[in-house]
Design a protein around this ligand. Structure first.
Ligand code: PEP
Ligand code: MN
Length: 630
């Protein structure tokens, strides 16, 4: 939700600057000459929000803008709220008018904070740093003035000013980013939009202004990031603190009663206010908080962890479920499914082997090292099933069986709640609210296809509904492509679509003799189909995988590496051709260093091992790019 998307977002600087880029992500950008003027426009209601650079990855707190903010707070107390933090990549280039060689640069123009982000470059060039108003302005100044002058700015600003790029990515630390704060007038924030049940889509950072030694140490103890500012005669120790959401209560307690002469101002909802849920009627399921996650042994989902539950539709015999448990564990699934009570449309169809089969399922799971997931259809089944099952499933047909939801919610087991094929997203979330309200700590939601006019598939996998649910709830979200498709051939495609849409996990039915399965045979994947699919998603094979199985997974990874390497070579050829055509030097050392740093970061950060591997890979790539080798 972007309630003020089309409204005015003020920033200091001019078009082409990084601030302008940040502002464009908040509304229609409006330029102001100074930070003070931007803040005044905000308080006067001329603009809906103001966007201020707060912290740079290389240089730390941006003193100029934070100082302006601190000064206006001193006058206006808590009239300003930080609504969101926006991270903007800062790719700085060194640019100059045509004809100026790198060695001849004697002055480098840019904003003070930006000049501090490229000290290595300044040292290497032996040039004088000249502080200008903003990066885009520096580019225009340099173009106008000519001579041995270059500017550090964005590529966009350099091109706009008609400069040529002498060196790319000149920040001392790469990749470089700046975190901007979106500021609003307190009380005019999205939380307070009247008649609107939905709160903002992201957690606002909890920012506090502090003045005083005691306040600053209490905030530091609460794990806050301190952005300290140079002192003033009135406030020798002052700055801003960014408090992690989970430590808000601690920070509030620690700074609750500031010592004499000290001050603490929360820029946004004060900590004593409970953050309103996204939907008023569903306070638990739509609570604004970090993503919740569920962990049962190797089965971990939510908050970035993704998992696959696989197994047969129904537990048919001890041997059948033991075989399939081994097969899905080898493929990489981290939980085993299997129905012992089966909801069937016809009373004459196989109804499940009941509690006896629960023992078979449990033994199979134990032998394969997998927790088990099985469906309960009636309140009376909850207690006996919860004795042995690790996760209770509530099926589509029972999504709105409130007595069952209450009983399942009271058991101590996690509950896997499928969306009914005739329930709206809101009704589905309401059912989850019943579970949470009954005391269930671990709820997982699963979209499994809704009923539409389409008859070619068993259901219609509602990915749009899943994404709506994602925007409303912190609970882990699964998709079940098997019941949505009803046909084996469509399952991998739907699974890919759901995985691409960002689900936390998939539930997939698997059978090794689908023709003779007692239920849902036509939609069951063969174990080898599951292996292929999970390899594609980069899910590691189970520890019990054979050498052959693990080699198949390795082959898939190798195929991906080879394809990406070929694509990279082609891109390198193209950038070479473009540089040649525009007369730019082919070799760019700063760019090379930035690519190496990015590789090292992706490979595990600043360790010697990661750096060595990154260097080796880039050396190989450069070697392969040499003309004549193509
Ligand atoms: C099942 O998972 O076996 C099942 C019956 O699913 P659904 O409730 O989604 O139809
Ligand atoms: Mn089924």
């Amino acid at each position: 939700m972007t309630p003020r998307g089309a409204e005015l977002a003020g920033y200091q600087g001019q078009p082409g600057s990084f601030s302008a880029r940040a502002a464009a992500r908040c509304g229609k950008p409006v330029a102001f000459p100074t930070f003070e003027r931007t803040l005044r426009a905000l308080l006067a209601g001329e603009i809906a929000c103001a966007v201020l650079p707060a912290v740079n990855r290389v240089d730390g707190p941006i003193l100029e803008s934070l100082d302006a903010l601190a000064r206006s707070l001193a006058e206006l107390e808590s009239a300003i709220a930080v609504e969101a933090e926006i991270e903007v990549p800062v790719r700085l280039v060194l640019a100059a008018p045509e004809g100026l060689a790198l060695e001849s640069v004697r002055e480098v123009h840019s904003q003070a904070a930006v000049l501090r982000q490229c000290r290595h470059l300044l040292a290497r060039l032996d040039a004088i740093p000249i502080d200008t108003h903003d990066t885009a302005y520096a580019a225009f100044r340099v173009k106008e003035a000519g001579g041995p002058r270059a500017a550090v700015c964005s590529e966009e600003a350099a091109l706009e000013a008609g400069l040529l790029i002498l060196e790319e990515d000149v920040s001392d630390v790469r990749p470089n980013t700046t975190r901007f704060w979106r500021l609003a007038r307190a009380g005019a924030t999205a939380d307070a939009v009247p008649g609107d049940d939905v709160a903002p889509d992201s957690l606002a950072p909890r920012v506090v202004f502090y003045a005083g030694v005691r306040a600053s140490s209490a905030l530091a103890e609460a794990g806050a990031e301190l952005l300290s500012l140079p002192g003033t005669p009135g406030d020798p120790v002052r700055g801003f603190a960014v408090v992690p959401e989970k430590n808000v209560a601690r920070a509030a307690a620690g700074t609750g009663r500031p010592a004499a002469g000290e001050r603490v101002i929360w820029l946004g909802p004060a900590p004593e206010f409970v953050r309103p849920p996204r939907m008023r009627d569903l306070p638990k399921v739509t609570e604004v908080r970090e993503p919740s996650f569920v962990a049962v042994g190797p089965f971990v989902v939510g908050g970035g962890h993704r998992a696959v539950i696989a197994g047969p539709c129904a537990v048919e015999s001890p041997e059948q479920v033991a075989r399939l448990a081994r097969a899905v564990a080898r493929a990489g699934a981290t939980a085993l499914r299997g129905g012992v009570f089966k909801p069937r449309t016809s009373p004459y169809s196989f109804q499940g082997h009941g509690l006896e089969a629960l023992g078979w399922l449990k033994d199979a799971g134990d032998a394969a090292g997998l927790p088990i997931v099985t469906e309960v259809m009636a309140p009376a089944q909850v207690v006996p099933v919860a004795e042995r099952a690790d996760v209770l499933q509530i099926g589509a047909r029972n999504c709105q069986n409130y007595d069952l939801l209450k009983e399942a919610g009271r058991s101590s087991r996690p509950v896997f709640l499928k969306r009914g094929f005739g329930t709206t997203v809101e009704e589905w979330l309401s059912s989850a609210e019943y579970l949470l309200d009954a005391g269930c700590k671990n709820v997982i939601l699963c979209e499994r296809g809704i009923r539409t006019f389409e008859k070619a598939t068993r259901g219609t996998l509602d990915l749009g509904g899943l994404l709506v649910a994602r925007s409303l709830t912190h609970l882990p979200l699964f998709a079940d492509p098997s019941h949505a498709a009803g046909r084996r051939d469509l399952v991998p495609g739907l699974a890919r679509a759901a995985w691409g849409a960002g689900v936390d996990g998939l539930m997939i039915e698997v059978h090794d003799a689908p023709e003779s399965a007692l239920s849902d045979g036509p939609q069951a994947l063969l174990p080898e189909d599951l292996e292929e699919l999970l390899d594609e998603f980069g899910i590691l094979p189970g520890a019990s995988g054979s050498v052959e199985r693990i080699r198949r997974a390795i082959d898939v990874v190798d195929g991906g590496i080879a394809r990406l390497a070929a694509q990279r070579l082609e891109l390198a050829r193209r950038v070479g051709a473009v540089k040649k055509a525009s007369g730019r030097p082919i070799r760019d050392e700063a760019r090379e260093a930035s690519v190496r740093a990015r590789f090292a970061e992706a490979l595990g950060g600043d360790t010697p091992g990661a750096t060595r591997l990154a260097d080796t890979l880039i050396d190989l790539a450069l070697e392969a790019e040499k003309p004549g080798d193509a």
